[in-house]
Design a protein around this ligand. Structure first.
Ligand code: ADP
Ligand code: MG
Ligand code: MG
Length: 883
C-alpha cells in the first residue's frame, strides 16, 4: 500500500509538523485536546512534493483519499458537499512547516454554487449572509485559482455601494449582494472564457492544486530566501468545515496573542470584528476593535477564549498567536502558533514563564535569539514612526541617531558644546576627526567600508554609523549634501539607522536601550551554563567600564593605536614617525610615554581584578600621516601664493617626501604588526614601559592588575622570541626602578596562516593565543576586506558562491580549520595554553558556537555585544549538551 497522504484532524498531532505543516499539526493537536476546532483533514506536504516531482500532477490515488476523508467529514458534520438542502462548506488552507504568515493562499466558503447558496439561505433563514458568503467565495476562488486581479472584484462592489449610496459592506442588502454575484460571474466568464465552476468537487480539486502552486508564488519564494527556509519543504493543505463569523451581531472573528508581542506584558493582546469573516481583520477594510472590548460585548465568549488561550499557552509552553471565530454565540479556534515578538518581549516572556513554572531556565535561554538583542542594546528608531528614507549605505554600527548635519569635526564639537545634537557627515573620517565623532550622535560617510576608521571607532563607542553611502554627494566647500534632487545644508536635520543603513530625512523619534531586570536575570542564567568566558574589546576607561557593566570578564583586546589617534597626540605621533634620527624619535616617544601611561592607568582601574590583554602597535605607520593628495593641494597653494611662508612650504615638501617614502603598495600585508616592533624596537619599548609603569602605579593603590602583553601579526616563532625578550627586559627594568614586582603574561595574535600552521613552535614562546579572525579571514582568503565588501562579496553571497560573508560569520571550514589546528598544535606544546578569539566574530552567535565546540577559553567582542555573547555562549553549551 502506498503511504498515507491525507489525515483527519483527530489522526494527527503536534509532532507531525513536517508532514502536516505547522497549521495542520496544531489543528490536530487542538482537536485531540478537545478544543472547539471545526472538523477537517490535512493533505500532507509529501503530497505537495510529489505534485512537484511529477511535474505538477497530483499523486495517483490522492483524489480517492481526499474523497474518503471528505466522506468522513460529511458524517462528522451531518452535511454534504454540494447538497442543495444542507451543503457542507469548507475552507482550503495552506500551511507550511515553518509559518509564513500570509505568503501563500487560502480559499474560504468553498462548496457554494448557484444551487447550494439558496439552500444555505433557507437553512439559515439569512439570505443576506448566504449571498455574502458566495460573493466572497467567487472573489477568492477567482483571485487564487482563476488568476483574476482582485481589484476587479472590488471595483464591482464599489460601484454597487455607490449606486446604493452606502459606504460600508454591512449596509448592502441580500439583493445587492445578488447583483454583485451576477456581475462577478460575468467577470469570470469574460476573463476565463468559461462559467464559474459549479461542481463543488471540481472546486475542491482545483483549490488544492492552487494551494500547492502558491508554495512557489513570488512572495513565498522571497520570504523563504529572507528567512533561510529551504525551498523543497512544500506546503500541506487543510480542508476544514467553515464556521461563520458573518452571521450577524452575535458572530465575529478575531486574532489574539496570549501576551503582548511588543512588550511581553502578560495580557491578552488582539483585535476582533463583529459580523465579519476571517480575512476582514487583517485586510484593513474595517478597523477592528481591541480584544478587551470583547469582554463587554460578549462576556461569556471572552471568558471562554481567555481560558482556552491560557490552556494553549501552557500546552505549548510558549506565547501563542490564536485565530478564532464566533458563530452565533459559539466560539471556534481556527489556528494557534508560537507568536512572533520583539527582542524586548522575547526576553520578558522567557523570564516570566520560568517564574510562572511553565518552562525551565534552559528552555528560556534557548528562546531568545542573540541576533535580536541588538534591538535592545542600542538606541533605535521608534518602530511606530513614519519614515522617509533618502539613501542607504553600509550598516556599520547599529543604533539610531538624529541631529543637525555638520560637515567637519570642529563644527561638530563646537555645536555639541553649545548643546546641539549633530550628525557628522564626511566623505570619510580620519584620526583627526575623532573629537567630531565623540561629539556627534552618529556618523555618516560616503566612502569606506565596515572596517573604515569611522566604522571601527563608532562601533567601539557604541555609536551609530553608516559608511560607504555612495549616493551622497558631499560638497565640503558649500557645506551641502546632495542626495538625488534633495539638498541638505549644514544645520538641517537628518537621522541615520546604523542597524539597517538607512538615511532618513528630518528627525525621527528614538527609544533608549535598557538592560531590563528580566534581561539581567536571563544573563545570570546564561552565566550559570556557559563554558566560554566573555571579554570585551575596549581601548579606553569609558569603554572598559561599559563592558564591565554589561558583564565582561576582562579585556580581550586593547588596541593601543586608538590612543595614538587622539587629536592632541597625532602631531607627536607624526613627529615620532618622521624623525630622522633615533634621538629625535626617542624625544617624541618620551612625550608619548606619560600619555600612554595615563591611558593604561584608567583602564587598569576600571578592570580591577580582571585580565587586560594589551596589543602593541599594529597598523602601518602611514595611517597616522596626512593624505598625499591633501598635501599636494596645500603645497600647490603655497607655491602659487607670492608671499607664502618659505619655511612652511619647505616643511610641507619635506613631509610629502616622507609620506611618499612610507607609501606601501599593500599596507595590509606591509610593514605593520610585530614587523614594526622588530625594525623600531624603541616604539614597542615605550609602550611596554608605559604599561608596566601604569601597573606599578595602580598596584600601589591596591588595584589588582592582570596585564597580558600581546604581540600582533606574528608569522614565525623567531619574531615572537625577539619581542618576548624585549618585553621581559623592559618589564625587568621597570620592576627594578619601582620596586614593585609584577606578574604578567606574553602572548600573540594568531592572524596569519603561517602562525596557525606552526602553532606548536610559536607556543614555545607564548603564554596565550588570541585568534585575530578579522585579519586571519583576510589572509586566509587573500581578500582585503574593504575591497571585497565594496566590490564582489555581495554578489558572492547572492550567487551562493559563499554561504555567508566570512567577515561576519566565521568561515568554519577554512579559517576555522586554521583556528582549531592552532589550538590543537599550541596545546600539544603547552597543555594549559589560554586561547581566545578577538575578531568581530567574537560577537556573532554561530561563530561563538564554533569557539565553544573548538574548546577556546574565551571570546572577546565590542562592549555592546557582551550580553549577546553571554547568551550565545550559553546556547552553545546547551546545544552541545543536548546533541
Ligand atoms: P493564513 O495562514 O494566511 O493566516 P489561514 O488559512 O489561516 O491563512 O486563513 C485565512 C483566514 O481565514 C483566517 O483569518 C482564518 O481564521 C480564516 N479561516 C480559515 N479557515 C476557516 C474556517 N474553516 N472557518 C472560518 N474561518 C476560517
Ligand atoms: Mg492564519
Ligand atoms: Mg590584526
Amino acid at each position: 500500500m502506498s503511504e498515507k497522504r491525507v489525515y483527519l484532524f483527530h489522526e494527527g498531532n503536534a509532532q507531525m509538523r513536517s508532514l502536516l505543516g505547522g497549521k495542520g499539526a496544531n489543528l490536530a493537536e487542538m482537536t485531540r485536546a478537545g478544543l472547539p476546532v471545526p472538523p477537517g483533514f490535512t493533505i500532507t506536504t509529501a503530497a505537495c512534493n510529489d505534485y512537484y516531482a511529477r511535474g505538477k500532477q497530483l499523486s495517483e490515488g490522492l483524489l480517492d483519499e481526499i474523497r474518503e476523508a471528505l466522506a468522513e467529514l460529511e458524517t462528522q458534520t451531518g452535511k454534504k458537499l454540494g447538497d442543495p438542502f444542507n451543503p457542507l462548506l469548507v475552507s482550503v488552507r495552506s500551511g507550511a512547516v515553518y509559518s509564513m504568515p500570509g505568503m501563500m493562499d487560502t480559499i474560504l466558503n468553498l462548496g457554494l454554487n448557484d444551487e447550494t447558496v439558496e439552500g444555505l439561505a433557507q437553512l439559515t433563514g439569512n439570505p443576506r449572509f448566504a449571498y455574502d458568503c458566495y460573493r466572497r467565495f467567487i472573489q477568492m476562488f477567482g483571485d487564487v485559482v482563476l488568476g483574476i486581479d482582485h481589484y476587479r472584484f472590488e471595483r464591482i462592489i464599489e460601484n454597487v455601494k455607490e449606486s446604493r449610496g452606502v459606504k460600508h459592506d454591512p449596509e448592502l442588502s441580500a439583493d445587492d449582494w445578488k447583483q454583485v454575484i451576477a456581475s462577478f460571474q460575468k467577470l469570470v466568464q469574460e476573463q476565463t472564457g468559461a462559467a464559474f465552476p459549479q461542481d463543488p468537487h471540481e472546486q475542491l480539486r482545483r483549490a488544492v492544486i492552487a494551494v500547492f502552486d502558491s508554495w512557489n508564488n513570488q512572495r513565498a519564494v522571497i520570504y523563504r530566501k529572507l528567512h533561510k527556509i529551504p525551498d523543497d519543504l512544500g506546503t500541506a493543505v487543510n480542508v476544514q468545515m467553515m464556521v461563520f463569523g458573518n452571521m450577524g451581531d452575535d458572530s465575529g472573528t478575531g486574532v489574539a496573542f496570549t501576551r503582548n508581542p511588543s512588550t511581553g506584558e502578560k495580557t491578552l493582546y488582539g483585535e476582533f470584528l463583529i459580523n465579519a469573516q476571517g480575512e476582514d481583520v487583517v485586510a484593513g477594510i474595517r478597523t477592528p476593535q481591541p480584544i478587551a472590548q470583547l469582554a463587554e460585548q460578549m462576556p461569556e465568549i471572552y471568558k471562554q477564549f481567555q481560558e482556552i488561550s491560557q490552556r494553549l499557552e501552557h500546552h505549548y509552553r510558549d506565547m501563542q498567536d490564536i485565530e478564532f471565530t464566533v458563530e452565533r454565540g459559539k466560539l471556534f479556534i481556527l489556528q494557534t502558533r508560537a507568536g512572533k515578538r520583539t527582542a524586548h518581549a522575547a526576553v520578558k516572556i522567557a523570564v516570566d514563564m520560568v517564574q510562572e513554572g511553565i518552562i525551565d531556565k534552559q528552555t528560556a535561554l534557548l528562546r531568545v535569539d542573540p541576533d535580536q538583542l541588538n534591538q535592545i542594546l542600542h538606541r533605535r528608531v521608534d518602530p511606530d514612526a513614519q519614515l522617509e528614507v533618502v539613501a542607504k549605505g553600509l550598516p556599520a554600527s547599529p543604533g539610531a541617531a538624529s541631529g543637525q548635519v555638520v560637515f567637519d569635526a570642529d563644527t561638530a564639537e563646537k555645536w555639541a558644546n553649545e548643546g546641539h545634537r549633530v550628525i557628522l557627515v564626511r566623505p570619510e573620517t580620519t584620526p583627526e576627526d575623532i573629537h567630531g565623532i565623540i561629539a556627534a550622535e552618529g556618523v555618516l560617510t560616503s566612502r569606506g567600508g565596515m572596517t573604515s576608521h569611522a566604522a571601527v571607532v563608532a562601533r567601539g563607542m557604541g555609536k551609530p554609523c553608516i559608511c560607504g553611502c555612495e549616493e551622497l554627494k558631499i560638497d565640503l566647500q558649500q557645506k551641502e549634501l546632495h542626495i538625488g534632487d534633495t539638498v541638505i545644508r549644514q544645520g538641517d536635520r537628518l537621522s541615520i539607522d546604523g542597524g539597517t543603513g538607512k538615511v532618513l530625512l528630518g528627525e525621527v523619534p528614538l527609544i533608549d536601550p535598557e538592560l531590563s531586570g528580566e534581561f539581567q536575570t536571563l544573563l545570570t542564567w546564561a552565566d550559570e551554563v556557559r563554558k566560554l568566558k566573555v571579554r570585551a574589546n575596549a581601548d579606553n576607561p569609558h569603554d572598559a567600564a561599559k563592558a564591565r557593566e554589561f558583564g565582561a570578564e576582562g579585556i580581550g583586546l586593547c588596541r593601543t593605536e586608538h590612543m595614538f589617534m587622539e587629536a592632541d597626540r597625532v602631531p607627536i605621533v607624526q613627529e615620532m614617525i618622521l624623525a630622522e634620527t633615533l634621538e629625535e624619535r626617542q624625544a617624541a616617544l618620551d612625550k608619548l610615554l606619560p600619555m600612554q601611561r595615563e591611558d593604561f592607568v584608567g583602564i587598569f582601574r576600571a578592570m580591577d581584578g580582571l585580565p587586560v590583554t594589551i596589543r602593541l602597535l599594529d597598523p602601518p605607520l602611514h595611517e597616522f600621516l596626512p593624505d598625499v593628495e591633501e598635501l599636494l593641494v596645500e603645497i600647490t597653494r603655497l607655491r602659487m601664493t607670492p608671499d607664502a611662508d618659505k619655511r612652511e612650504l619647505l616643511k610641507k615638501e619635506n613631509l610629502l617626501r616622507k609620506v611618499r617614502a612610507l607609501h606601501e603598495f599593500n599596507p595590509m600585508l606591509g610593514h605593520r604588526g610585530c614587523r614594526l616592533g622588530i625594525i623600531h624596537p624603541e616604539i614597542y619599548a615605550m609602550q611596554v614601559r608605559a604599561i608596566f609603569e601604569a601597573v606599578s602605579l595602580v598596584k600601589k593603590e591596591g588595584v589588582d592588575v592582570q596585564p597580558e602583553i600581546m604581540i600582533p601579526l606574528v608569522g614565525h616563532v623567531n619574531e615572537l622570541h625577539e619581542m618576548r625578550k624585549l618585553v621581559e627586559e623592559v618589564a625587568e627594568q621597570v620592576q627594578q626602578e619601582t620596586g614593585v614586582s609584577i606578574s604578567y603574561t606574553i602572548g600573540t595574535m594568531i592572524e596569519v596562516p603561517r602562525a596557525a600552521l606552526t602553532a606548536d613552535q610559536i607556543a614555545e614562546e607564548a603564554d596565550f593565543f588570541s585568534f585575530g579572525t578579522n585579519d586571519l579571514t583576510q589572509t586566509t582568503f587573500g581578500y582585503s576586506r574593504d575591497d571585497a565588501e565594496g566590490k564582489f562579496l555581495h554578489q558572492y553571497v547572492d550567487q551562493k558562491i559563499l554561504p555567508d560573508n566570512p567577515f561576519i560569520t566565521l568561515d568554519t571550514e577554512g579559517v576555522g580549520k586554521l583556528v582549531s589546528m592552532g589550538v590543537q598544535l599550541g596545546r600539544q606544546t603547552k597543555p594549559d595554553l589560554k586561547t581566545g578569539i578577538c575578531g568581530e566574530h567574537g560577537g556573532e552567535k554561530r561563530s561563538i558556537q564554533f569557539c565553544h565546540d573548538t574548546g577556546l577559553n574565551y571570546v572577546s567582542c565590542s562592549p555592546f555585544r557582551v550580553p549577546l555573547a553571554r547568551l550565545a555562549a550559553a546556547q552553545a553549551a546547551l546545544s552541545a549538551e543536548r546533541s
